[in-house]
Design a protein around this ligand. Structure first.
Ligand code: GLC
Length: 534
């Protein structure tokens, strides 16, 4: 195995390849149909061979799973379905021995309605100090029968729920996820303590869930569609994250924001040197497979990261969005958002797979760090989940209009010939696997030189061994219509034919890797990328 990019270096995160593990669906160690920490530990070799630098674990804490673990009942306990705290500590250190760092997921906007704080707040009643940790309010209307304001939900449905004593509480997501009051010092202190708790157990970083939502206008005024300032991207957030940064710095830890802030200038303010280290670049993920769009996204991204000195990140997929292969196989030239995760949109998976392969080489060649969602290395498509098996609250809250996010969360296929593709034992996994899942199994792909897994392994190996990739400058090269071409330092060139005629390769000494075959004249076909050495 090649040496990791900069294993000991403090700035590992500036160039890292980070793999996202959705524990519930990664690998099932105890054979009950739900993925767990034992499963991850058993598969660490796969990740080491893949060549990643860190794992980001979706929430693994005690949770009633009303929103797949984003409803946390106790940050200091692992959900028994996943394992124990001792096992998490073992996993963190075993991964570290393989050169893989651990990033945990913290959800500051809300807790579970089963969290001790919320139970006490309900019991203590109106006007109590316990209720001040949340946003409890009387309702509007003659009898308090109307919600206190008109804020829309981040999922469909109501953002306020009335409790039996007549007060309402705010939840930007489901009723099982009451929002915390970030004006309260106890809320702030508790989160700083939770950060310390995980840094002390060896976590190298923290992904901050819904990072732009925690602070609210204390008056909780009505908002309209074009003005979400009462609850999104408020200036007070910067103080919160400065305090987090001070804690992270004590441990050399890294803070990564899940920030859906479309204004690039507002977005980059969170990445100032005393705030977050990096944030997910959703603009890139949201662009269609179109050379001008991708070029524009790359330029904007680099332009707004430069002044704050933060490295960009490149993300093609995660547990909330439509899988890359399916998205790029769709015949539509528009951006993508949650709503695009809809029923009955046809996708040409052969085209989508070619594009996803090219997009992998593109994103791995761009300056900064890169994220991979489990199964992306297997080229998994979005699965259609039978209606009676859907679990995601987004589906139910949209009255069934939105299929929800389960289609990208299907348990991974490890072994083609084993029951349930080797996910666990012969117990059926918590979400059903599609009939053709075996054809994506990791064991077959490992043996196939043309597979997605082989491509990712080769690309990550080269990326690790070439200091010119990762953080650093990029220079565009002249290219034909529909083609993107740029150089990195040390004479590395990346060319992507997004939508053009077969393109001659720029002058080069050698071809390092291509995402698909060149044509018989040595040209780069459409939907194909190449890495060259000048
Ligand atoms: C983030 C998570 C998503 C979750 C939501 C509420 O967007 O990525 O999965 O449902 O926050 O915590």
């Amino acid at each position: 195995m090649a040496a990791p990019h900069s294993d000991q270096a403090e700035d590992w995160w500036r160039s890292a390849a980070i793999y996202q593990v959705y524990v519930r669906s990664f690998a099932d160690g105890d054979g009950d149909g739900t993925g767990d920490l034992a499963g991850v530990r058993a598969r660490l070799r796969h990740l080491a061979e893949l060549g990643i630098d860190a794992i980001w674990f979706n929430p693994w804490y005690l949770s009633p799973m009303a929103d797949g673990g984003y409803d946390v009942a106790d940050y200091r306990a692992i959900d028994p379905a996943f394992g124990t705290l001792a096992e998490a500590e073992k996993l963190i250190s075993e991964a570290r021995e393989l050169g893989i760092r651990t990033i945990v997921d913290i959800v500051p906007n809300h807790v579970s309605d089963r969290h001790a704080w919320f139970r006490s707040a309900l019991a203590a009643g109106p006007g109590s100090p316990e209720r001040e940790l949340f946003h409890f309010r009387p309702g509007r209307g003659g009898h308090g029968e109307l919600p206190p304001n008109n804020w829309p939900s981040q999922f469909a449905g109501e953002t306020w729920t009335r409790v039996c004593d007549g007060e309402w509480y705010l939840h930007l997501f489901t009723p099982e996820q009451p929002d915390l009051n970030w004006d309260h010092p106890v809320v702030r202190q508790e989160h700083e303590d939770v950060l310390r708790f995980w840094f002390e157990r060896g976590a190298a970083g923290v992904r901050i869930d819904s990072a732009a939502l925690c602070a609210k206008d204390p008056e909780l005024p009505d908002a309209d569609e074009d003005d979400t300032t009462p609850y999104v991207d408020r200036d007070e957030l910067h103080d919160i994250y400065r305090a987090w940064r001070a804690v992270a710095d004590e441990y050399g830890g890294v803070l990564i924001g899940e920030l859906w802030v479309p204004d690039p200038d507002r977005f980059s303010r969170y990445l100032r040197s005393d705030e977050l280290h990096t944030a997910f670049n959703f603009d890139f993920l949201a662009r269609p497979w179109n050379a001008a769009e991708l070029h524009a996204s790359i330029d904007t991204t680099l332009a707004y990261h430069a002044p704050v000195g933060a490295p960009a990140t490149w993300v093609l997929c995660n547990h909330d969005v439509t899988r890359t292969v399916t998205r790029y196989g769709r015949d539509e030239d528009t951006g993508f958002d949650f709503a695009k995760k809809r029923f009955g949109t046809p996708s040409d998976l052969a085209v989508g797979t070619r594009r996803a392969r090219a997009a992998a080489l593109l994103s791995l060649a761009l300056p900064g760090s890169v994220y991979l969602f489990q199964g992306e290395e297997l080229g998994l498509p979005e699965a259609d989940i039978p209606l009676d098996r859907i679990q995601d609250p987004m589906h139910f809250r949209s009255q069934g209009v939105d299929p929800g996010r389960d289609g990208c969360r299907v348990p991974l296929p490890w072994a083609a010939d084993a029951p349930y593709c080797g996910f666990g034992s012969d117990t059926e996994p918590w979400l059903p696997q599609p009939g053709d899942w075996a054809s994506y199994a990791a064991d077959c792909q490992a043996a196939d030189p043309t597979s997605m897994l082989t491509l990712y392994r080769q690309a990550l190996r080269i990326r690790r061994s070439e200091p010119g990739f990762g953080d650093g400058p990029l220079r565009w090269l002249p290219s034909a219509q529909g083609v993107l071409a740029f150089t990195r330092t040390d004479g590395l060139i990346c060319v992507v034919n997004v939508a053009g005629e077969p393109a001659g390769l720029p002058g080069h000494a050698s071809v390092l890797l291509t995402s698909g075959p060149l044509d018989d004249q040595g040209r780069l076909p459409r939907d194909t990328a190449a890495w060259l050495r000048a």
